[in-house]
Design a protein around this ligand. Sequence first.
Ligand SMILES: NC(=O)c1ccc[n+]([C@@H]2O[C@H](COP(=O)([O-])OP(=O)(O)OC[C@H]3O[C@@H](n4cnc5c(N)ncnc54)[C@H](O)[C@@H]3O)[C@@H](O)[C@H]2O)c1
Ligand SMILES: [Zn+2]
Ligand SMILES: [Zn+2]
Length: 360
Amino acid sequence: MAKTPETEHPNKAFGWAARDKSGVLSPFHFSRRENGENDVTVKILYCGVCHTDLHTVKNDWGFSYYPVVPGHEIVGIATKVGKNVTKFKEGDRVGVGVITGSCQSCESCDQDLENYCPQMSFTYNAIGSDGTKNYGGYSETIVVDQRFVLRFPEGLPSDAGAPLLCAGITVYSPMKYYGMTEPGKHLGVAGLGGLGHVAVKIAKAFGLKVTVISTSSNKEDEAINRLGADSFLVSSDPRKMKAALGTMDYIIDTVSAVHALYPLLGLLKVNGKLITLGLPEKPLELPIFPLVLGRKMVGGSDVGGMKETQEMLDFCAKHNITADIELIKMDEINSAMERLAKSDVRYRFVIDVANSLSPP
Ligand SMILES: NC(=O)c1ccc[n+]([C@@H]2O[C@H](COP(=O)([O-])OP(=O)(O)OC[C@H]3O[C@@H](n4cnc5c(N)ncnc54)[C@H](O)[C@@H]3O)[C@@H](O)[C@H]2O)c1
Ligand SMILES: [Zn+2]
Ligand SMILES: [Zn+2]
């Protein structure tokens, strides 16, 4: 008889999955592999809700592979460690982020850039190294090779710290790589959602001057008084956009939908850098004139390697950086997804997995 998600591995597992592009999530029985020699089994406590989870359950990119158990901002407790595991012991608080596998021998892996390995596998909606499908953190447990497990620093709370495992590293890594950490330089953050609000906090810890660029003034007060931004620019206000032309050294663009890059490029100084992190379902138009005439750069970045993710967690613990979260129960996920689609969240939903997920 063909193996089903419930019978392909020896250990029973339970989570919530989307079955089709309606994106509606519902209870799902499946199974997890036996804890191998290099593996850590994690009892999941909290899991953040990233916009990538929403893109995937809705099949925005056309490669969703149902059923999908999303979730890649996972904090939990190690309950089993394999005999070759040196980094963790049972009872340790650990994190699991966006990637759970790579070849471990290519040029990227050798440079601690597993995120750019050609054989990198995502935590969900992907095939793992054993040839079976990966299911993410909207579930009770997960089994992960120790290379892809993070030590969760003592000072970080498990719930508000969970979003750092994707949102945190996704904004930290390009800031480091593209040299966007020089104190006093001016950073624009376009899109004030999960990624954007963490970008503001990390940028302030690096000593940057931060301006949030947003389509409306709704979040202005919070951005400045709660998140610590220095100023707020409403992109739908032509007068303010004109006054801000050529004032920014760098921009981090976290917008999740198709949008124009032209106005953002105009905000950059000569030699300015626009780093796009959002993953809209259709290509963006790249205006060449402002790039050429201002020697500007447009770049991208995909999460970060494991070494840098650990560095980011330690940095956030040291600087008391966490996400601003709305804690939800597992059975509130469908309304949370609807609210996320409308940008109605301050600023990241986190599922209280351990206290709200139980098999029916
Ligand atoms: N590069 C990576 O490694 C990586 C990692 C995580 C997420 N992502 C992607 O980044 C994007 C943002 O993720 P998030 O979790 O922060 O999402 P989010 O929904 O929390 O935030 C997105 C922000 O974009 C704004 N926005 C949406 N449409 C807009 C438009 N047309 N114009 C201007 N602003 C608009 C929203 O108001 C919101 O503030 C998603 O596309 C996600 O898939 C990329
Ligand atoms: Zn994510
Ligand atoms: Zn590799």
